[in-house]
Write a protein that binds this ligand. Structure first.
Ligand SMILES: [Zn+2]
Length: 259
């Protein structure tokens, strides 16, 4: 593949990304600001009043961030936000690592390992730059090359701008969901958590049946496939599926949320 200027940094095997790390960060900051300015849609939990909830979530996330497997551990801010909405079983991340977790998801899950699995999944989307990889694919190499060659000054900015409206672009493809699931197993394998933590969530959803999968999972691939893929990945790398002994702390996290 032809590589020009600084925009072209392969992010992984077979992955071409025409955006710089700074683009990921800038894009994430724009989305973060957009969310901060939409308190009706995204009612953020107050950091001072609910300091204990944020501390617990930070502790869980730090276990993953400090596991040694995060490529942009120091480049991205990895800032956590809790959205006060008990009805939404969801979490999402912007490029550049601004992470959002709904109170509904924290209350729904039963173990810290499951939440750690979800956090690993979200961290993977940002760390593996799924959004800007997909943008590169979506707009095509020829457009990206013409921008890189200076034929369309300002167009890169326009493309990034187009991504920020209504959080467009945060929906991931099937391939990126599968990749984030697998990566979550790898991250958790270097922590005290069960490396198949993410699977627990899908299993619970399946056991309850009928309930619509939350957006962050998207409807594809099917839950059952995801569970199987997660377990296969765990087997492949031979990681421990032993649950951590953090359940008391997880109960504390739940108790520290608004009733
Ligand atoms: Zn995802």
């Amino acid at each position: 593949m032809l590589c020009l200027l600084t925009y072209c940094k392969p992010a992984g095997p077979g992955t071409l990304n025409f955006f710089s790390l700074q683009d990921d960060i800038k894009l994430g900051q724009q989305l973060r600001d957009e969310i901060a300015n939409a308190p009706q849609e995204y009612p953020l939990l107050d950091r001072t009043r609910y300091a204990q909830a944020y501390q617990h979530l930070q502790r869980i996330t730090d276990n993953i961030l400090n596991s040694g497997g995060i490529k942009y551990r120091n480049e991205f801010e990895w800032k956590l936000h809790i959205i006060h909405d008990d009805k939404t079983l969801n979490a999402f991340v912007t490029p550049g690592g601004y992470i959002y977790v709904y109170t509904g998801l924290i209350k729904y899950l039963e173990t810290e390992d499951e939440l750690a699995g979800v956090m690993g999944h979200e961290i993977a989307h940002a760390d593996r730059r799924h959004s800007t990889n997909n943008l590169t694919k979506q707009y095509g190499v020829s457009i990206m090359l013409s921008i890189a060659l200076g034929k369309n000054p300002g167009q890169l900015g326009q493309i990034l701008q187009g991504m920020t409206g209504k959080l467009a672009g945060l929906k991931f493809s099937r391939a990126t969901e599968t990749d984030a699931d697998a990566q979550s197993v790898v991250y958790l394998s270097k922590t005290r958590y069960s490396c198949t933590g993410t699977a627990g969530f899908f299993e619970k959803m399946m056991a309850q049946g009928g309930q619509q999968p939350p957006q962050w999972l998207s409807t594809h691939p099917a839950h059952e496939n995801r569970v199987n893929d997660i377990k296969a990945k765990a087997q492949e790398i031979g990681c421990s599926t032993q649950m951590s002994d953090n359940q008391r702390q997880y109960a504390e996290l739940k108790a520290s949320l608004p009733k």
